[in-house]
Design a protein. Structure first.
Lengths: 384, 323
């Protein structure tokens, strides 16, 4: 069992800057959790507090049921992979892998067995005698992962391990990490600013902004049920389309969403949720994902500014009464002309419309006041 | 057939030579602003370091002050001045004194700045480290005359140390008149003056160490000392090698100023060094500049030989060397 539990975890630096506010998170045994957010959101600081590299200013941190706030890093039974690999440059790959075991006074034959075992898994046996400078970025990253693996840690921490690699190698290493995870089967905490990495690797994703946790959920949940404008805009590629000055209307007990004068009668689950949340007619910011747009149907109109043929789909940038709208349209059954300069009609399924409170930026359906950080700043628009 | 081959290979060589020449010119043009920037430094080095080498010719002449170095009346004497030095009764005492003061100074003085740099770097409070570093650097800016003046104030017959000794019933001791005290005073004061300054280069090298390496080592379970040993020391090893080679290369090049200032009749038998002897023979009394130049040249040759040995050894046993 290697659970990590954070209760009101907080980091305040000497200059009174609060980097992390009140993080509450329960990471289950063998779970792969990804902390994601823009630069300066506090994700790395949170990870470093778990590692013991940053002092905890407030709250409690439990690893495997034990309070570890004051426990030195070496006694927390964790291993960490760093962004810059942090390999010891004067040591060979073998010595880099063996160093932690040597410090723990493990017997030589055992060290040798363990190092070779890990090198075999990571396919770096042929490089054991080389020094880090004679390795490529990908090979160095494998060694860095191997160095963490040899220790059989309870918790595996990774701080943006792929951000120094080029796009191709990053994709390759991402797949390697997924395979590796199934082999070593331990608890992972992974920090990244790349939402694709977060979506593909994580069992659950923690989305952070300005030191606050905005949402915790599975990749599917954070994509389909974003709690606020920030999460909606941060997760998903291309970014969600936002329509300002829209309305949610309550007429004769029925809820409608009104976007650019076009009314959409909302789905049953939306009707129920809005009623339960006591929503009346109000101004909203509506959100529609580019993947959820249908062209050639409906009454919304947009003028196409750029139309990019991507093979299996068109990536269309259009303008709808001042708002930029991005549409991802599959090519296989497209009958509408989507060439540049054309005006096309488009629509979406009402159940796929996200509705955000104009004042608070919170999702009228998915925002849960109980689980949200109490003093988190209001996110009025998706902007960072 | 052979002739044809020769012609062909000549042609090939010409073609091969033509390509790099063009590339070299292009590279020269690309780098010309930078080359122009280093030109003043090259000129200074040439004027003050290379041009005077011409003066070593007088080591092979019967030269008197006022003579021209190269003229019809120049009297060439070959290695006579060197032979004179080797048979001079001062030869062995000078060699021994110079060697001992240099080697002991080197053994104490070389590791000291490394240790200081590692310790300052390991300090948690960076502001405190800066304050300590400034305190350590300050003695470097004291002139030799003031330094020897301070030594006199501390170790003179009526200086601080003797006053303390006398106040507790001890006897006054003439440190400057005792040959036994010369080397410790000379070496320790030199090291005191320069260890902080010499540490700067190592501190600069240590600042390049990736902090994540230390963090990784902390997670691996390394103690502070283990981190210094496994991360910091290897990181500055190339710098240590270069400094070691340069120190060995200048091992016998001890200056005359401080030794002369500290010299008394009482300590002359250990304080007379090659450099002080060259100064006295070449510039005081009846100057014998040819002889003094020969001694100086001999000293320089020893340094060059030591430099080559140190560089070759370093190249063989580590990856670092000057050339």
């Amino acid at each position: 069992m290697s659970e990590v539990v954070m209760k009101g975890l907080k980091k305040v630096y000497d200059n009174k800057v609060t980097a992390v506010h009140d993080v509450n998170l329960e990471i289950k045994d063998k779970e792969f959790i990804v902390l994601v957010g823009p630069s300066g959101c506090g994700k790395s600081t949170t990870l470093r507090m778990v590692a013991g590299l940053e002092e905890i200013s407030g709250g409690e941190l439990y690893i495997d049921g034990k309070l570890v706030n004051e426990t030195p890093p070496k006694d927390r039974d964790i291993a960490m992979v760093f962004q810059n690999y942090a390999l010891y440059p004067h040591m060979t790959v073998y010595d880099n892998l063996a160093y932690a075991l040597k410090l723990r006074k493990v017997k030589k034959p055992e060290i040798d067995k363990k190092v070779r075992e890990v090198a075999e898994i990571l396919d770096i046996t042929q490089y054991l005698k080389r020094k880090p400078k004679a390795l490529s970025g990908g090979q160095r990253q494998r060694v860095a992962i191997g160095r963490a693996m040899v220790r059989d840690p309870k918790v595996f921490l990774m701080d943006e391990p792929l951000s120094n690699l080029d796009a191709k190698l990053r994709n390759q290493m991402r797949a390697e990490i997924i395979k590796l995870r199934s082999r070593i089967n331990t608890t992972f905490m992974y920090v990244t600013h790349d939402q694709t990495e977060a979506m593909t690797l994580g069992d659950r994703i923690v989305i952070m902004k300005d030191g606050y946790v905005n949402q915790i959920g599975t990749p599917q949940e954070v994509f389909n049920k974003p709690v606020n404008l920030f999460v909606a805009g941060f997760i998903g590629m291309p970014v969600m389309n936002f329509f300002d000055n829209c309305k949610v209307l309550l007429e004769n007990g029925v809820y409608y969403a009104e976007i650019r004068g076009v009314r959409f009668m909302l789905d049953d689950f939306q009707q129920k949720a809005l009623k339960q949340n006591g929503i009346e007619t109000q101004d909203i910011i509506a959100g529609i994902r580019p993947q959820h747009v249908t062209v050639g149907e409906g009454e919304l109109l947009a003028k196409i500014e750029v139309s990019e043929m991507m093979g299996s789909e068109y990536n269309i940038h259009a303008r709808c009464e001042g708002d930029e709208v991005v549409m991802l349209i599959p090519t296989f059954d497209l009958e509408t002309d989507v060439s540049m300069g054309r005006t096309v009609n488009f629509t979406t399924k009402p159940m796929l419309i996200q509705m955000f409170d104009k004042e608070t930026g919170n999702n009228l359906i998915w925002y849960d006041a109980e689980s949200a950080s109490k003093d988190a700043p209001v996110c009025k628009r998706y902007d960072f | 057939m052979e002739a044809v081959n020769n012609v062909q290979s000549k042609k090939l060589r010409k073609e091969k030579a033509a390509v790099p020449k063009g590339r070299r010119w292009r590279k020269f043009k690309e780098n010309s602003p930078y080359l122009l920037m280093i030109l003043p430094a090259v000129l200074v080095v040439f004027l003050f370091n290379y041009l005077p080498i011409y003066g070593i010719l007088i080591a092979f002449q019967d030269f008197m002050p006022g003579d021209k170095i190269l003229s019809d009346s120049t009297i060439w004497v070959g290695f006579q001045n060197f032979e004179r030095f080797f048979t001079d009764p001062m030869f062995w005492p000078l060699m021994q004194n110079t060697f001992l003061i240099c080697i002991i100074g080197f053994i104490i003085g070389f590791p000291l700045p490394i240790i200081v740099a590692l310790m300052l770097n390991a300090l948690k409070g960076k502001r405190m480290a800066k304050v300590i570093q400034t305190i350590f650097n300050a003695p470097h800016f004291i002139s030799l005359v003031v330094l020897v003046g301070m030594l006199t104030l501390f170790f003179g017959r009526y200086g601080l140390v003797n006053n303390i000794a006398a106040s507790i019933g001890g006897e006054r001791y003439s440190y400057f008149l005792e040959s036994k005290a010369f080397r410790p005073m000379y070496i320790l004061s030199s090291n005191w003056q320069d260890f902080g300054w010499s540490a700067i280069i190592y501190i600069a090298a240590l600042s390049n160490v990736d902090p994540q390496q230390h963090e990784a080592a902390i997670l691996d379970g390394a103690t502070r000392f283990q981190r210094v040993w496994s991360i910091d020391l290897p990181a500055i090893m190339p710098m240590i090698s270069v400094m070691l080679i340069m120190s060995i290369g200048g091992l016998m090049g001890v200056g005359y100023e401080k030794a002369l200032l500290m010299q008394t009749d009482g300590n002359l038998q250990v304080s007379e060094l090659i450099s002080t002897y060259v100064y006295k023979r070449g510039l005081t009394g009846v100057p014998d500049q040819a002889y003094a130049t020969a001694i100086g040249l001999f000293n320089s040759i020893i340094n060059v030989v030591l430099l080559i040995i140190a560089n070759t050894t370093s190249k063989r046993f580590s990856e670092n060397s000057l050339w």
